[in-house]
Write a protein that binds this ligand. Structure first.
Ligand code: VG1
Ligand code: CO
Length: 539
């Protein structure tokens, strides 16, 4: 039976950089998920006759939210819902399944790289028919709806069993339970040279992959160990857990510490990698060597010809403004299009749809291509393995050669966490106001060339987005300031530091960027305003 339930609005259902992200405890409030989902359905004129994809990264509340969404979809007249087995699907796989089935939309239940569990975070990413997350114009409309919602529709029915593959009915709606790993494996096999990578492992190559107790464990076991023949035990933490076993599933030097320590030990494997909660982020390590995501994007782009799916040529490449300029030098050398967009994968989608770009990436451990409309963690790792198999070179050799050819952008992100939201907003507003006056000023060894907000004018839909403030220096160094749009604990100020060197390649990035970090604190008055004399997290 279809029930119409009276409800009262919440005022905080505004999507951030990638979907709605909240503390699990807030999401557990009465009708919280229901209000948000109905607000989406209403914003798109209903879902009658439509097909949607549904699944999550398995974190706490995944099981409950998934049942609610299926029952609401049936009550709202949806024709079909394609659901990952047991409610699991990675973000990249969801995008792939959405595109393959020409579906009208999709939900991935995840707070991505944020910790999970009852005391952690929960989230909902909402994708549209193009396979990418919904544009800001639509999320604004959804937010408006959520502030005045009075009722939602839901089917009264027992919970759906999602353990068996195949189709079943929920009211008049068809539910198809699919096996997501197989879908994903087929896509990867169609892009990369699996036989070459298989040979690499057969010849004794070793790897360590940390799935961080999150969604990509089963994908990694299947691809790296079963199909490609990496030694048993290469994939770590491969059983997805509701609280990620207490890990913070963000694949970086801080939170993937166990893997990093191993890769910097004498027992290190030839290659190290990790993914985040929902499988769209990646970290790349060699023996005692770390590749920053900005460099990784540049290196993958420069080596596209080793990959079967791209060897005949690529369109351009894009990066978020906060990402280092390394890939820009590659784009120039290859004579391909080059775009800078705001932070958030959704800004790449129009560029991919219009064949302006093939590759794109963000400094936040996100790399991907137009094979889907999300970043893709395992894809990035397979890309590296494919280059290694084709060239016979190590991660370090590939990266060193790259720096010799193009120079090196020393790069780091400094995060100042848990700042009072009003303090953070005022810091940014005051900084923006003083940008014009910075021009020509000298701070230690750095002289400001130009300082301005980053404004992106989308060449496809004409929309304009302001995101972050950039200070350019005369020696090609840059500082980008912006506030995070994915945090759930006060405000996080992100400060991105970049310094370009054409000769010194083996220095410690933290040392190389020390004085620039001081300049960033001085310009934005960080200690005075936040009480913090240094950043909480350096990546
Ligand atoms: C962060 C990253 C951004 C990324 C976003 C979603 O956003 O900086 O580059 O696209 O997370 O990543 P913010 O606004 O906190 O800086 V994830 O893996 O949701 O999917
Ligand atoms: Co993610």
């Amino acid at each position: 039976m279809i029930k119409t339930v009276k409800t009262t609005p919440y005022t905080d259902q505004k999507m951030g950089t990638a979907g709605l992200r909240k503390k699990s405890k807030l999401v557990e409030q009465e009708n919280y998920v229901e209000n948000f989902v109905q607000s989406i359905f209403d914003a798109i004129g209903g879902v009658k006759g439509q097909t949607f994809i549904l699944g999550g990264d398995g974190r706490y509340y995944n099981k409950i939210a998934i049942q609610k969404i299926m029952k609401m979809s049936a009550a709202n007249g949806m024709k079909k819902m394609i659901v990952g087995q047991n409610g699991f699907i990675s973000t990249p796989t969801s995008s792939k399944v959405l595109l393959k089935n020409h579906a009208d939309g999709g939900f991935v239940l995840t707070a991505s790289h944020n910790p999970g569990g009852k005391n952690g975070d929960f989230g909902i990413k909402y994708a549209v028919a193009s396979g990418g997350q919904c544009p800001t114009s639509l999320s604004d409309k959804i937010f408006e709806n959520s502030k005045k919602i009075t009722e939602y529709k839901i089917l009264e029915a027992p919970d759906v069993d999602l353990s068996n593959l195949g189709t079943q009915k929920l009211g008049d709606m068809e539910i198809e339970v699919i096996e997501p790993v197989q879908e994903y494996v087929e896509m990867m096999e169609s892009i990369f040279d699996f036989p070459a990578i298989k040979k690499l492992f057969a010849n004794g190559f070793t790897m360590a992959f940390d799935a961080m107790n999150a969604v990509t464990g089963p994908y990694a076991l299947k691809i790296f160990e079963e199909i490609l023949g990496a030694p048993k035990g290469s994939v770590w933490n491969y059983v997805p857990m509701e609280d990620f076993g207490g890990l913070h599933p963000d694949p970086n030097l801080i939170y993937a510490k166990k893997l990093v320590d191993f890769m910097y030990s004498d027992k290190a494997a030839d290659f190290g990698g990790a993914n985040d909660g929902d499988g769209d982020r990646n970290m790349i390590l060699g023996k005692k060597f770390f590749v920053t995501p900005s460099d990784s994007l540049a290196i993958l782009t420069d080596n596209y010809k080793y990959i079967p799916a791209y060897k005949n040529g690529i369109y351009g490449v894009a990066k978020s403004a906060a990402t280092s300029t390394a890939v820009g030098r590659v784009a120039e050398a290859l004579n391909i299009g080059y775009y800078e967009v705001p932070t958030g994968w959704k800004y790449f989608c129009n560029l991919m749809d219009s064949n302006r770009i093939t590759f794109c990436g963000e400094e936040s451990f996100g790399t991907g291509s137009s094979h889907i409309r999300e970043k893709d963690g395992i894809w990035a790792i397979l890309f590296w393995l494919n280059i290694i198999a084709a060239t016979g070179k190590s991660v370090e050799e590939i990266t060193m050669e790259h720096w010799k050819k193009y120079g090196r952008s020393y790069y780091m992100r400094n995060d100042y966490d848990g700042i009072d939201i009003e303090v953070a907003n005022k810091l940014m507003a005051d900084l923006e106001a003083k940008l014009p006056s910075l021009k020509g000023k000298t701070f230690g060894a750095y002289t400001v060339l130009e300082a301005k907000p980053f404004i992106y004018n989308d060449p496809v839909d004409g929309s304009s987005t302001k995101n972050g403030l950039i200070v350019y220096f005369t020696d090609k160094s840059r500082i980008v300031f912006r506030l995070s749009g994915t945090g759930t604990n006060g405000a996080t100020l992100r400060v991105y530091l970049e310094r370009y060197e054409t000769e010194k390649f083996k220095e410690d990035p933290e040392k190389m960027l020390e004085s620039l970090a001081d300049v960033s604190r001085e310009i934005a008055e960080i200690p005075e305003r936040t009480g913090k004399v240094k950043a909480d997290v350096l990546t």
